[in-house]
Design a protein around this ligand. Structure first.
Ligand SMILES: *Cc1c(COP(=O)(O)O)cnc(C)c1O
Length: 491
């Protein structure tokens, strides 16, 4: 198994074959593209049948070994066994079997079809990003130890990604995390989650400014190639291939848990921002998983919904990017979308590159097939099984109330976007699985608004705001950030 960039010519890809371990610690390919496997491994019906009996960890092993062919099987089995345990994914609701790792819950089973929730948020930070990030932490530690290397992860966060990265990397040998966040701008819960970590390899930097200042600092440091190389700076953003592939596993798991034989089809509705999560669903489908439809649910930041409805991909300007009550989906462009567009244009790297150059110069492209458009591949979206919908703050409040009234559980705001859109795409005879991407406790302000009472917190999170916090406040100055990193890497 080797990997190609979405922008690589076939000649350059052939000259420079990449293995899983080569791209594990990489972000973008050097040509600015994203990595994908040269072809998708196929899963047979017999294999799928055999996988029905497996634990989550064993299923993860079976799927990952098809992609990480350069990691010895025994090592991969140990890594997945260590990652997907009920102890790590311990924040299951009281009536959920924690050993399932991503337990399913039937919400309704009526004339309109069956609606099921798949809980992906039972990990340490109560959001689905733990599903991939926890594996990444173990894979990084393994790969770094093997090569006797070190890595300093540097990033900016407005909430979910930073905490998932810190909880995945805490205490890992060879890895340090330097995470910028806007000082006093995150929710009290999110701040406490990150800043209460006392591990000596985790560094929280609270920047006096907003999230954009943090991102500018990351860009400025990343552009200093000499500094980056000397201090072994890397990232764990959502375009990392290993994160995407770890997410493929729970689509298989959801399918197998919701069906009894492989003639049945299911659909998934995925609360979407950067297109990482749903991209993993697309890959599962390309591997042969019988998925009927993949439905992208967006909030008011509806770049993706617009594309799937019209064929026009139009990235938003900062002023058109709204701060919503499902903040982890507040994106102006979808950083993983290039992976799907590459497939849509028949894996034509030159065409892909041209389209994304147009995103830089003209703010988007149009594949609707209308006169003057850039192509007509949007017509294939249906064949790829994609659909979409959007949701608003009022929809979220109404959906959170409905689900609490009808089924007695409190869902978070992102999952509410998913449930709202899923209901518009149900089909009799096809189970619709909504991916639950966070637990309600993380977004309590909106739960309070919707229900008039607080979201329940999983055991162990009761008083986290009162724990001692460890962080450094800094002005938004590149030299100050660099000096801090240099002082703590000892390189
Ligand atoms: C990151 C995130 C999303 C969006 O996932 P993408 O992979 O960026 O599409 C949705 N919900 C929650 C809670 C998240 O943290």
């Amino acid at each position: 198994m080797h990997y190609v960039s979405t922008r690589a010519t076939s000649a350059s890809a052939a000259r420079n074959p990449q293995r899983f371990s080569d791209i594990l610690l990489a972000g973008l390919a050097p040509d600015g593209g994203l990595y994908l496997p040269a072809s998708y491994p196929q899963v047979s019906g017999a294999e799928l049948d055999a996988w029905r009996q497996l634990s989550y960890a064993d299923l993860a092993y079976e799927i990952l070994r098809k992609f990480a062919t350069d990691i010895p099987d025994a090592d991969l089995r140990a890594l997945t066994a260590k990652t997907y345990t009920p102890e790590v994914y311990r924040n299951a609701r009281a009536d959920e079997p924690a050993q399932d790792i991503t337990p399913l819950r039937v919400l309704e089973d009526g004339a309109a079809g069956k609606l099921v929730l798949q809980a992906l948020s039972n990990g340490p930070t109560l959001a689905f990003k733990d599903m991939a990030m926890q594996l990444l932490g173990n894979l990084f530690e393994y790969a770094l130890a093997k090569n006797d290397e070190e890595l300093n992860i540097f990033g900016a966060t407005s909430g979910d990604t930073g905490s998932a990265a810190e909880y995945a990397m805490r205490g890992k040998r060879g890895v340090r995390v330097f995470m910028l966040s806007p000082h006093a701008k995150m929710s009290a819960f999110q701040t406490a989650q990150m800043f209460s970590l006392q591990d000596p390899n985790i560094f929280n930097i609270a920047v006096e400014g907003v999230f954009d200042n943090c991102q500018d600092l990351v860009k400025a440091v990343s552009n200093d190639l000499a500094f980056k190389a000397r201090h072994k700076i890397g990232t764990v953003n959502s375009i990392n291939w290993a994160r995407v592939v770890a997410q493929v596993v729970y689509y298989f798991r959801g399918y197998l848990a919701a069906t009894t034989d492989n003639a049945q089809k299911v659909s998934f509705t995925v609360p979407s921002g950067n297109f990482g999560n749903i991209c993993a669903g697309h890959i599962a489908r390309m591997m042969g998983l019988p998925i009927d439809r993949l439905v992208a649910a967006t909030n008011e930041n509806d770049v993706l919904d617009e594309f799937f409805r019209t064929g026009v991909y139009r990235v938003r300007k900062p002023a058109e990017t709204y701060h919503t009550s499902s903040p982890s989906m507040d994106i102006s462009k979808a950083s993983n979308f290039e992976r799907f567009v590459y497939e849509l244009v028949g894996r034509d790297a030159e065409r892909t590159h041209a389209l994304f150059r147009k995103v830089e110069t003209d703010g988007g492209f149009d594949l609707s097939g209308a006169p003057g458009s850039d192509g007509d591949e949007w017509k294939l979206v249906e064949r790829y099984g994609f659909a979409s919908g959007r949701s608003t703050h009022a929809d979220r409040l109404a959906t959170i109330r409905d689900v609490a009234d009808d089924y007695g559980i409190t869902i978070d705001t992102h999952t509410a976007d998913g449930v709202k859109v899923a209901r518009e795409h149900m089909r009799p005879g096809v189970t619709m699985i909504v991916l639950e991407t966070a637990l309600a406790a993380k977004f309590n302000e909106t739960i309070l608004e919707a229900l008039g009472s607080d979201a329940a917190r999983p055991p162990g999170f009761e008083g986290i705001e009162a724990l001692p916090q460890r962080f450094t406040v800094m002005r938004p100055e590149v030299e100050a950030v660099k000096a801090f990193i240099a002082a703590h890497t000892g390189l």
